[in-house]
Design a binder for this molecule. Structure first.
Ligand code: CAA
Length: 388
């Protein structure tokens, strides 16, 4: 019996800052961003948007197409938690009208936790094949202003329905893991922006890739040449190019630059204009590959490298299911990205500086999001989510 991703949909904010604008204000060459880190735009969340509204907006198309029946578990992966205690998924459970017998939990390990959620979802479905698990990853990537990380900010959420006999990608059981206690990127509870040792983080990412791949080769009969495409965690798209170059070299695969690019370039299309969405980024990369590849990917094997700072790396594999195109939401994704509104640098700073009030008073937020769910306000420390 195959188990895997039956449907996938993502959401990002309707506002973006072009990195040319950021470069102009900073007096930096825009090519440093467009080419050097491979990013063109970054999504900025509206004041009435957070990981909950983005998650519900990402998952709504799945619920509209397949309903709520059989959804036994909702797993919510994020590193932008809004509460130390209550799982963000509980709000999403209500907004989507999931049944009261549905298990809900939040998972954390930096950008990796969506992969833990996916693997656990596959295990649950394998045990009870008539059940479905909704996996959602949602994050807002924030760094301090005027730091090298600033240009790699972004926001987004992705929702995946995990089922038996999936329509999109069946996931193989063999995985290669790597874990090490390192301080490359972290966000203490008292901070709203991440701390990062940028260059070190890229080195650790590459080390984790090599280690996870070597472990994968040990547990799986698959070799590099069995894969047609690779999806990497995408803090910025140039990172995937570096990672893939390393994997090609490590396997002495002898591919030309053009052949290497062809294995990853369609996974980068959405990320270039959304920015880092932490837990969601690799799965938005998968969506990008499926939505934007002209050739039929049916039967093709995809390699996935998921990375979460701190750090955990995992390499795993999946196969695209024949007929997958019928289950995609490509047109909706393209319309959403085309309809986004460009903002000025001043508007960016205003959105950047917006913080949810912490005084316990009554606060209403102006309408900014064009999504179906919004954060209307906060009252007595309780967030109030409404459909719009
Ligand atoms: N034209 C073209 N390219 C240019 C250029 C120009 N005018 N100016 C510079 N570049 C190139 C540089 O040559 C460099 O290329 P290479 O990497 O191929 O050498 C590239 O642009 C980046 O420039 P810098 O080396 O000067 O680096 P930077 O100061 O921009 O910082 C960074 C890069 C450290 C990654 C920074 O963006 C950062 O701190 N990002 C946040 C941390 C991060 O994303 N880490 C990734 C691994 S950790 C992870 O994956 C978890 C996560 O999600 C955060």
């Amino acid at each position: 019996m195959s188990v895997g991703i039956d449907e996938i949909s993502f959401y990002t904010s309707n506002y973006f800052l072009d990195l040319k604008t950021l470069a102009e204000v900073q007096g930096t060459d825009p090519d440093k961003y467009y080419t050097g880190i491979g990013q063109e735009k970054m999504g900025m969340a509206a004041p009435d948007e957070d990981v909950v509204t983005m998650a519900a907006n990402a998952a709504l198309p799945l619920i509209e197409s397949a309903g709520t029946e059989g959804v036994s578990t909702l797993m919510f992966a994020t590193e932008t938690g809004i509460d130390q205690s209550k799982a963000a998924g509980i709000y999403v459970h209500r907004l989507l009208g999931l049944n009261d017998n549905c298990r809900v939990v939040e998972l954390k390990q930096a950008c990796y936790s969506a992969t833990a959620a996916l693997q656990m979802a596959c295990a649950l479905v394998a045990r009870k094949p008539d059940s479905k698990v909704l996996v959602i990853a949602s994050d807002i990537a924030r760094y301090d202003l005027d730091t090298p990380g600033e240009a790699t900010q972004g926001c987004g959420a992705v929702a995946m329905m995990v089922t038996a006999s999936p329509r999109l990608v069946s996931i193989d059981p063999e995985v290669g893991n790597y874990a090490e206690d390192v301080m490359d990127f972290w966000r203490p509870n008292y901070r709203s922006t991440a701390l990062v040792d940028g260059k070190y983080s890229t080195k650790i990412y590459l080390k984790a890739l090599k280690k996870a791949w070597d472990h994968f080769r040990y547990v799986s009969p698959l070799t590099f040449s069995d894969f047609s495409h690779f999806c990497y965690h995408l803090p910025f798209s140039r990172m995937a190019q570096k990672a893939h170059q390393q994997l090609v070299r490590h396997n002495k695969a002898g591919l030309s630059a053009e052949q290497q690019n062809a294995q990853i370039d369609k996974t980068l299309v959405y990320n270039r204009t959304i920015g880092n969405s932490y837990t969601a980024s690799m799965y938005i990369g998968l969506t990008s590959l499926l939505d934007n590849t002209a050739e039929d990917l049916s039967g093709k094997r995809i390699g996935f490298f998921s990375y979460g700072s701190g750090c955990v790396g995992e390499f795993f594999s999946g196969t695209v299911v024949p007929g997958y195109r019928d289950a995609l939401h490509a047109a909706r994704h393209h319309e959403m990205l085309t309809a986004r509104q460009e903002i000025s640098h001043d508007e960016y700073l205003e959105l950047y500086r917006h913080q949810v009030p912490t005084d316990g008073g009554e606060h209403r937020f102006a309408e900014g999001t064009t999504g179906r769910f919004r954060l209307a306000g906060i009252s007595h420390h309780k967030r109030e989510y409404v459909p719009r």
